[in-house]
Structures are given as C-alpha cells and as structure tokens.
Ligand binder design. Structure first.
Ligand SMILES: [Zn+2]
Length: 271
C-alpha cells in the first residue's frame, strides 16, 4: 500500500466517523423531541381527567342558584321594596364571638334575593345594595314615595340574654298600619314565616306584633320584618353565614313574595 492510499483511507475513515456522529446526534434529537411530545400528551390527559373529575363532583351537588326556578311572571303592575337592614355605621347585631355583623349578613341575603327577583317582571326597589348607612326615614320614603305594594325588611336576630337558646325565623308586623283590602301585615308575616322556614333549615319560631318599630309604623303598605335567624345561636349563625343558608333563606323570601302577590292578584280580580 502506497503512502497515498494510506492517506485516502484515513480521510475516508474520518468522513465516515463524522457522518456517524452527525447521524447519532440527529437520532438523539428526534428521540428526545418525541419523548417531549409524549410528556405533553400525558399532561393533556391529566388535565382532562381533572376536568372530568370536577364535573362529576358538580353533578352530585345541587346548584345553589338556578335562574329557571325564578321566572314568576304576571306581576308587572306590582312594585315592592326590599330593605336590607342596617348598613354603614349602623352594624346591627353581632354573633356571640363578635366576628359577624348583622349588616353584612342582611346584605348577603338581599343580594341573592336580587338574583332571583331579577328573573321576574316585578318592579323591585332596594333601599341599599352596598354597605352604606340609610336612615329609617329614607327606607320608609323609598316605599311610600313609590306607592309600593309590599315592604320587606330583611334582618338577622340576636339576643343579649347569654342563657337564651333562642333560634329560628321570626316575622314582625304592626297591626293595621299598612293593611289594605288585598293584604294585611299579619297575613304577609304569616306567609313569610311559613315560606322562609320551609325553604331553609331555620325553624319557624313565631310571628311577633311590634307597634314600636319605625319602618313598620310609617310604611303605608303591607310591611314585614323578616328575622331570618339568630346570630346568637351557634347553629343558626353557621347557617346564616353559609352560601347555602343565604340562598335558601333568599329562596324562602322570594317564594313568600310571589305567594303574597298571587293572593293580592286574586283578591283584586274579585273586586
Ligand atoms: Zn336588625
């Protein structure tokens, strides 16, 4: 073998070696790319599984608010005023541990009630939809000024008596003040007590006659204060503070309103 031939073999070996290196590099790159693809598709599968799990979980739970349940129609001629008790510097009652304020609870229930009433054709005016101070006089004026058909004030109860085990729903009314031939305060209180305790897990406690309360004394239409539960009761408070509790109480108030308006319509029809 000549020197020249030896040289050529060396050059050919080098080229072969380089080609092998390039091929092996390309091969490694392809393998690692496809393994990334596998990783990504695995990730996709995991995400899809998670979604499936979540939607299965949701299927088991009853949804707290379903628009279709609140489509009451035929009440275009009625105006009602919904009054979330207290607000701003007037905090109302407090839970036993002092952590929960009544004004917050009242507003949370009224906001859920609004979602329901928004589905209907009832004209609704709210005395407040945020944390603001509203005088009692303004609350009454909101109803009297519009010649509202019903005034519904939403509150949460509490007792100062540390030994009291009081719990449940109460409705307050003043006799004859805003009664008319279609609805009386007493009848409205009755309907509300029944309806709220039926929709919620707070038991009906009683209807109380209160002539001394400003909003009941000065409103010129059937009016009621719904005391939705006792903040001083641990069990009621837990319920009042929960989303489910607030939706169920709002549902009870909604149904009480619709039932009252239906009764009024029936009596008007008999005129
Ligand atoms: Zn109150």
């Amino acid at each position: 073998m000549s020197n020249n031939g030896k040289y050529r073999i060396t050059v050919e070996s080098c080229i072969l070696l380089a080609a092998l290196i390039i091929i092996s590099c390309l091969y490694t790159a392809v393998i690692s790319k496809s393994s990334n693809d596998v990783d990504d598709s695995n990730k996709d599968n995991v995400v899809q599984e998670e979604h499936k799990k979540q939607s299965n979980n949701n299927k088991g739970k009853k949804t707290l608010f379903n628009k279709a349940d609140y489509k009451a129609k035929g009440f275009k001629t009625y105006t009602i005023v919904i009054d979330a008790g207290h607000g701003g510097r007037d905090e109302g009652a407090r839970s036993k541990n002092g952590r929960y304020k009544e004004k917050v609870c009242n507003l949370a229930i009224v906001k859920k009630l609004k979602l329901m009433l928004d589905q209907t054709d009832i004209n609704v005016k709210y005395t407040r939809l945020d944390d603001r101070y509203v005088t009692k006089r303004k609350r009454v004026a909101a109803a009297n000024g519009r010649k509202a058909d019903l005034f519904i004030s939403v509150h949460c109860n509490a007792t100062d008596n540390v030994h009291s085990k009081a719990f449940g729903v109460e409705t307050l009314f003043a006799r004859r003040k805003g009664d008319n031939r279609y609805m009386t305060n007493h009848r409205l209180s009755n309907i509300m007590l029944e309806s709220v305790s039926k929709s919620s897990s707070n038991k009906a406690r009683k209807i109380i006659r209160r002539e001394d309360l400003f909003v009941l004394r000065h409103t010129s239409m059937p009016a009621v204060i719904v005391e939705t539960g006792y903040m001083s009761s641990k069990k009621d408070m837990k319920y009042l503070h929960s989303e489910r509790g607030q939706y169920e109480i709002a549902d009870g108030i909604y149904k009480g309103i619709v039932r009252s308006l239906k009764e009024m319509s029936r009596r008007k029809g008999k005129r």
